[in-house]
Write a protein that binds this ligand. Sequence first.
Ligand code: NAD
Length: 313
Amino acid sequence: MKIIIAGAGAMGSRFGLMLHQAKNDVIFIDGWQEHIDKINRDGLEANFNGEKVVAKIPTYHQEKASEIDFAADLIIVFTKAMQLDHMMDCVKTMIGEQTKVLCLLNGLGHEDIIEKYVSKDHILLGNTMWTAGLEGPGKAKLFGDGYLELQSLDENGEATAEKVIAVLNEAKLNAKYSHHILESIYRKACVNGTMNGLCTLLDSNMADFGETSAANQIVLSIVNEFANVAKHEKVELDSKQVLEQVRSCYNRDTIGLHHPSMYQDLIENHRLTEIDYINGAIVRKGKMYNVPTPYCAFLTQLIHCKEELLDAK
Ligand code: NAD
């Protein structure tokens, strides 16, 4: 399959590398010049479960996308949420009749952005539990296992989506079709909507935050705001199940001693966060549906203050 990875950061590198290893024709499109130059010069280097792997994957700057002659069957977008609109604008001329666009970003409402550029029958919306990191330009760190679920936005699109799923599975990406993708997306956004912002602002790992006396009440309030908004989108978010998932993040023997990715992006690397697409999305949707969301609103504002204080880019 001819595949474009639009946004070849940590996750784009993982998916691109695994699809390339499974003999697909893969190209990268990205906006980070140093990263693009390094990959084109030395190949993408990955620490892949402890083994050094180098892959020659042609990599282009997003601003030159309209000049690339590549009839893609699949475009996997893997930007950060706030970069998605511009990336779609860059790659829009590469979308043909046969092209599907798969979105696996964290957060809510990405389908509204993608639909500005391409009709529903081209769009696959998904959610992934794979993880990835970047150690520097052209250098990825890919550990562990994962899976993904996806759904076509076209109600008659399941059969075509299955062809994409087969290609993803040949690359060992463990994909399956979901008939309730919004539910999974909301559940993950809700877990991120508690741990990410709070641990970032409080400069805390997840286990230490979980042991504070107010943790339970704050988390419960945020989860209820997500659940109340989700109802208006025909999504029944099981608050009990989400709370269990949040509490499992406090476990010191598994992931509790880690800081969430938002902490790494903002506090360690002074990069802008995806807060507007997590808690911020709940605030916007809450206004639309007349649902109060004071905790999400306050958290979103505080994260933006921190971004300004750190001059995040
Ligand atoms: P990323 O920050 O690694 O990459 C996103 C874009 O930012 C890429 O275009 C990349 O080239 C660019 N970029 C990265 N570092 C840069 C730097 N130092 N300077 C300039 N540009 C830079 O993002 P990601 O972790 O691949 O995440 C993509 C999407 O997938 C997000 O929505 C994220 O929430 C989601 N996601 C991430 C993970 C994960 O483990 N990383 C897991 C599941 C979902």
